[in-house]
Design a protein around this ligand. Sequence first.
Ligand SMILES: O=C(O)c1ccccc1NCC(=O)[C@H](O)[C@H](O)COP(=O)(O)O
Length: 267
Amino acid sequence: MKDILAEIVAHKQVEVAARKQVRSIAELEQAPAFKRTPLSLSSFLKDPAKTGIIAEFKRRSPSKGLINGNVTVQEVTTAYTRYGASGLSVLTDEKYFGGSADDLQQARSFNNIPILRKDFMIDEYQIIEAKAIGADVILLIAECLSAAEVARLAQFANNLGLEVLMEVHGESQLEKATQHVQMVGVNNRDLTTFKVNFNRSCELAPKIPADKCKVAESGISDPAAIATLKQAGFQGFLIGEHFMRQENPARAFEQFVADVKAAEKVS
Ligand SMILES: O=C(O)c1ccccc1NCC(=O)[C@H](O)[C@H](O)COP(=O)(O)O
């Protein structure tokens, strides 16, 4: 496992153990959101009338430090929805990304499109939490989970009605995509150097099992790239920093969608 991922996962183990002492599973299951029927992100991504963009609310990151501390979840996520996002991604990790469960709960209260809980999931407790705060989808990072762990956690999520996006950084991790994984994401960011290699998505696309919805992740900032990625077979595009680093992420998102449409008309 890469250094930063190993550090985050080690911290996550401590953090989750502490949270289990504060809020029991029985309590989480009483949350109103736990009773709602989750939305299907893979269905939204497969709808050709939608943009395919999973727009991320991301305040900070290990690679960039502070990205944007001046905007609210409400203003940004409602604009993402209004201008055509197929889904939202909300970081709930506090220490490394400046997110919180409250951010996701707020996003849920203002938006009726699928929401990905973007966190480092290692334990069933976090999946129950995800449902209790209103998420529809969880992320499983293949780099930090064994095949057996991916299968166990993905099945657990599906049993709660949540979909699973499994993220890979290389070809060898693709074999972990079981029947309980609906979407496979290729992360273009190397977690050792933090360099983004956009070709990684295109190279791995043909190797992703055909029954999985394909998502390209990280480092996407050029609207023209969406057409290239669509040609490579991708239906989903996870984008955070490009919008969040602007003073007005809402306007940046609106402009990006307009530019994607213009680029598609030309090609
Ligand atoms: O973004 C990071 O620096 C990072 C570091 C270590 C682990 C994960 C990291 N990012 C999580 C993500 O997957 C991205 O937030 C997501 O793909 C959006 O990427 P971007 O459009 O480049 O913000």
